[in-house]
Design a protein around this ligand. Structure first.
Ligand code: ZN
Length: 483
């Protein structure tokens, strides 16, 4: 026993020091200049911030597909580089209460906060909640009069459990109501993209003011009391339209184990134009996207010299990340082109072009998130590759499960991880330009990005070429979060 351990120990130590000259040769094809050339195009104003479903996103998709084609990659989606799917763009339509000719208008007199709609004008029964008693509110809209907004969620939950279809909160503090409606209305009225169909069973949440309660119950505010009922007409509708979008996939077939697939991802979408300002998303996630393009080129150059990876590699730049990880979710949950059980690992690169304040003194760092969550072997391999080739400071600050940012759940790798595919998320941390029009190419540190890209390349090279596929050895029960 002991002897074997000793021999293996020696072997590992030797492996640590030995550099794979072939891998190093192709890592060198990843250069700051190439990264800059790609990013200067994808994050230019012409691409209009690459918002999902918009012109700029389509332009970026074409650019990436053209690159994959030039590398000679297989187009794995029935001969196409595009995995196309429809999302639904929902925009709030007409929302109002009506009594005869008298109306209270949504986003002027109250805020409507729900994704469900009525089937045209409906008579609704509103009842003032009796918080002393536990009542049956089946089919009714429960009205809570509240001094402030706090505890709103809990009230809505309680009413829903008691059968309510709607919850109406009327705020006693006019100033608080004014600031609430001014702040949230523009946001709630903006169109939003979603994957699933409309859930008309979800509770309709309405926030109004004292005047609305008085109007609804035909009483002064002081006269209103628990159990009071009123019947009014309510209308809430959404204007839904399909929006087509696409993930872009390039496939390099493995030479020995083609059925085992490593997936390298980034999201190429960003948030587009907001208030007339282009959000270029150079770091988020133009940086990850051009890193994928360069790593892809390195592997394809190797393949052209008969040094192609033993396992297959899928290079996938996804859409819809900023709308809720929708592109990666479509791939993993609806149409995995390659079976997830054959997916060896996912390396996800999201924001790798900047240096955050915590590392102002030493830019040679990268945050790694998730590397040890499902596979200790993946974590060890990643550490080893860094020690052998890149020597970056690997910062695990955000890998802490108690970190309030919860980055582990905030980019595309999460859709793989939830399916027990081991992942590593490469991330430079946040900065003052995050999701602002100022996230531009001139602020990118391409020398640092080159080192980070080479780390991902070496890790991918090892994952694709080592004798045995890495093992999933750490499946954990998902903690139930109480919010
Ligand atoms: Zn983002």
């Amino acid at each position: 026993m002991r002897k074997i351990t000793y021999v293996i120990g020696l072997f590992v130590a030797f492996g640590l020091l030995a550099q794979d000259k072939t891998a190093m040769k192709y890592a060198k094809t990843i250069t700051a200049d190439d990264l800059k050339a790609h990013l200067s195009i994808l994050a230019s104003d012409e691409y209009e911030g690459r918002e999902t479903g918009k012109k700029g996103q389509k332009m970026a998709a074409k650019y990436i597909a053209k690159h994959f084609e030039s590398l000679g990659f297989e187009a794995p989606v029935d001969g196409s580089y595009f995995q196309k799917f429809d999302l639904t763009e929902a925009q709030i339509g007409s929302v109002y209460f009506r009594k005869g000719d008298d109306k209270k208008i949504g986003f002027e007199d109250f805020v409507y906060y729900s994704s469900s709609e009525t089937s045209g004008e409906e008579y609704i029964k509103a009842v003032i909640a009796d918080e002393e008693k536990s009542e049956d509110y089946t089919g009714k809209y429960v009205v809570y009069t509240a001094e402030k907004l706090g505890g709103l969620q809990a009230k809505a939950e309680k009413a829903k459990e008691a059968g309510a279809v709607g919850v109406i909160i009327t705020l006693e503090d006019d100033q608080e109501f004014e600031s609430f409606i001014t702040r949230y209305s523009p946001y709630l009225k903006r169109p939003s993209l979603r994957m699933e169909g409309r859930d008309n069973e979800s509770t309709k949440l309405i926030i109004g003011d004292k005047a609305m309660a008085e109007w609804m119950f035909d009483k002064t505010y002081d006269e209103i009391s628990a159990g009071d009922e009123s019947q009014v007409i309510f209308n809430a509708d959404y204007l839904d339209r399909p929006v087509g979008t696409e993930n872009v996939l390039g496939f390099l077939k493995g030479t020995e184990k083609p059925d085992e697939v490593l997936v390298i991802t980034s999201h190429y979408d960003h948030v587009g134009i907001i208030n007339g300002e282009i959000h270029n998303g150079a770091d988020d996630d133009g940086s990850g996207t051009v890193t994928v393009l360069e790593i892809a080129e390195a592997f394809s150059t190797a393949a052209a010299k008969n040094k192609g990876p033993k396992r297959s590699i899928l290079f996938m730049t996804v859409t819809g990340e900023e709308k809720g990880l929708l592109g990666s979710k479509y791939y993993t949950d609806t149409d995995p082109i390659f079976p997830l059980e054959n997916t060896v690992a996912n390396l996800n690169i999201d924001m790798v072009g900047r240096v955050d304040d915590a590392h102002a003194e030493n830019s040679d760092y990268i945050y790694l998130i998730g590397s040890d969550k499902l596979s200790q072997e993946l974590h060890n391999l990643s550490e080893e590759m860094n020690k052998t080739y890149t020597n970056l400071e690997l910062d695990y600050t955000y890998n802490d499960e108690n970190d309030p940012n919860q980055f582990y759940k905030r980019s595309d790798h999460y859709n793989f991880a939830k399916n027990n595919v081991p992942i590593i998320f490469y991330f430079n941390g946040t900065h003052e330009d995050y999701h602002k029009p100022t996230d531009t190419v001139d602020k990118i540190d391409f020398e640092t990005m080159e080192k980070r890209a080479r780390l991902v390349f070496h890790t991918g090279w090892e994952l694709a070429n080592r004798a045995e596929r890495i093992k999933v050895d750490k499946i954990k029960e998902e903690k139930v979060s109480g919010d």
